[in-house]
Design a protein around this ligand. Sequence first.
Ligand SMILES: [Zn+2]
Length: 446
Amino acid sequence: MLSPERVRQIFTLSAAGMPTRAIARQLGHSPQTVRDYLHQRRTPGVRAVSRPGLFTDLFADYCRQRFTEDPDLRPASLFRELTGLGFGASRSTFYRGLTRRLLSPSGCGQSQTRQQTPQGLPGASRLPFCMPALPRSVTPITGEMLISFLTRLAHANHLTLTEVLAVLPSWFSTKVGNRDDRAQHHMLIPAAAEALHALARLTGTTPASLARALPAFGAADAHSPVRATTACHRCAARHGICQPVPVHLPAHRKVCTRHGIWLSDAGQPHLDLAACPEIIAAQHQASRLLRRCTPQELMLAYQAAARAIPPWPSSPAAIPLHWRHRLLTLQTANHRYGTPTGHDAYTHAAVYPDAIAVAARMIKQDPLANSPGPPRPRQPLPEPSPPLKIPHRWSGADAKEDHLSPDTKVAKSRIRLRVILRSPDLGCGRSMLVHAAPADRHVRVA
Ligand SMILES: [Zn+2]
């Protein structure tokens, strides 16, 4: 904002024939500012109206939650997630928004693994092609970090991590030095296949099982959001593992539905959900919602829904249905395991069913409504699919089958077809059994 006196000075110099750039240089303003006042696009003494910020509170909450869930998340990956959610501003606006709101990954310091593990091991002998398998193998846990798997492998064979790394290709030393396992540097990608086979030979397992479980080998989708947590301790105990196993799970997975365990964020204790089965049901509902929206859209809707949950019940009669009642139940049930009651994980778990229910309504009403980005065109609803008919050659009325015995005809009349139905009425991609009888050529879905 320039004062009226300064603007009068600009006009005087311009009337004297001085170019805009020279005026800007002499008065210490940018040429664009001088040009704006000369063309009367701005009023002297009035502050320019700033555009509404594109980095909204909802996006900021999303970023804060993602940095909490995944301390190793890189801002570049987060920018891609926001772009998928409709964030239309530039990369510099995104970084400026992070700086202004003091948002950064919680684990942005130097990792301990980088200090513990050797980078080069110049004198170490590396024999990837003739090394024998270690006598004791360990089972990789789904989503396990590479350094955790190698450390467990070393301890099981009474070795140190350095000794294990010494017989593996240098790819592993470089990889465990990075905090983010899933980051695939272009210099490391060509050697990943050889490294995978070397580890498979050393551990006596198949490359496929290692690639499926360990995100470091890049088999999973590198762009889907993940959260850092520890594996369900009951799942780990099935493989004889007693210590916490750091893993990266899909960001929407909060519960081990097999054992009813709330998988808290890293550093917080897991919770037993046996007293609150509705939380497990909410996790199933969240997984089903992914048929309608992307993981990023689900998490954004969840953020908005969690903020809309009332903090206190409206009346005494509403107390049993309120999440604070569930919170008390969880704290009481987990107290016997020695879990302290002051953790945020209790609140997150207690609110979860309510937040997922609200998020589901938001997504079902309008899958794109929760996105604060620019409006996107709605996809037209597909035409309702016609009723399924059994093809003529599959029905018992085929004249070519007249020569068959009656038993064969009966047997062939019970045709069981596994079809993939793509109808919006029946659910996308659901596998169903279809039974057909010769009398009616219509289909009964079982
Ligand atoms: Zn489990």
